[in-house]
Design a protein. Sequence first.
Length: 437
Amino acid sequence: MNKNIVILGTQWGDEGKGKIVDYLTEMYNYVVRYQGGHNAGHTLVVNKKKIVLHLIPSGILHNHVICVLGNGVVISIIDLIKEIDMLSQLGIKLDKRLIISSHCPMILQYHVQIDLARELALGKDCIGTTGRGIGPAYEDKVSRLGLKIFDLYNMELFAKKLKRNVDYYNFQLVNYYKSSPVDYNNILTEVLKYRDCILEKVDDVPMLLQDAFCNKKHVIFEGAQGSLLDLDHGTFPYVTSSNSTIGGVFTGSGAHMKHINFVLGVVKSYCTRVGSGPFPTELKDDIGLHLCIKGKEIGSTTGRKRRTGWLDLVLLYRSIVLNSISSLCLTKLDVLDELPEIKVCIAYKINNVLVDNKKFFPFSNLENVQPVYITLPGWKKSTKGVTCLHDLPLEAKKYISYIEEYCGGNILVDIISTGPDRCETIVLDDLFKKKNI
Ligand code: GDP
Ligand code: IMO
Ligand code: MG
């Protein structure tokens, strides 16, 4: 019986993917990241202790698990080493449990500088990136000028390519952005310092996964960001620079789709977004503030305040279709506990005319859509830490049923998260038995 599963975000990221990956990892052998970089911030809470991971897959707390960074992940080796050190200070040994694909593009200092300089130049039109150099590093992959982890095997050639890239970026930084140049020698020295530590973790990921599948090992593919931040399917240009929808799994790991049995879509009980871009259900009132405070909606990577709003079922439905989602995991239900009534967006209007989202999705006009809401009664009881569906208030169950009905009745909410801690989770039936995977 194969249990291979993709766990990905259905909104604008920060849905609680890390918590759920950590929760399910107990039953798995491998956890694979396939896109994004250290722009991600995945929070795990175990016995009240919080750990935020940016690059290392969220299965790392389970000693039996091998964590893999697939070729689609952009790696800043300095930040990866920092994260390894952070875990080691917490007593979490990686030993041979972290594998890096030789094909991962590297994020170097000039990517960060260009990312920051561009955002500054865009001013009020900025994307609101995490400033980690993600976009420029992916650009370098597409231009085929970037450096990959396998370039570390030949430092002579590495130094030559680095020099060429530093010159190119410094020209832009100095002449176009009127910003400071980066220092070639500094970059080379830092890379040399960490090279061995990185190279000892490098492996051929597609072959490793092939072996895992043949040996009936179970694999989680851990998404970063969320479907609406996908470079091709999201709210462009206010997106990240990788494919956070399902296709990223295959291009970013080398796994074949025949090995994937299940796609779990993680959805927050309301919506949040960090950075700029359209957000139809955004709340700029006391309820928005309440969601922000109660949900502790402060970005785990940049510490920025997350924008908050009601759950948008129009967008959720689109994510379900885009990713061929098998079932949903609803997180942060407890954050809605005190609200007397809860709205969910079920359609959009433009100039007071209902939009047929299935025929024409108003991506180019998302700033101007008027959300159509239905109002559901709140439950005004604590659901914090509930681990059994029966113990949820009736209105909370109705909220969940409404989401399922809207999504067509065949996509069910199979996992509910009622708090940040690993144990604050409801799993309906046996997820894997029921779905026969
Ligand atoms: P990710 O990027 O999708 O992994 O999500 P983040 O870790 O960036 O953000 C989710 C935040 O919500 C973290 O602070 C989690 O500890 C927290 N969290 C996750 N699930 C729940 C939940 O069910 N209830 C509450 N109150 N917090 C949760
Ligand atoms: P996790 O995995 C939420 C957002 C940034 C910005 C846009 C582009 O924790 O869900 P980038 O630095 O990627 O070029 O920024 O994408 N963003 C995220 N928002 N969660 C994330 O990751 C994000 N990663 C990037 O805020 O709007
Ligand atoms: Mg996050």
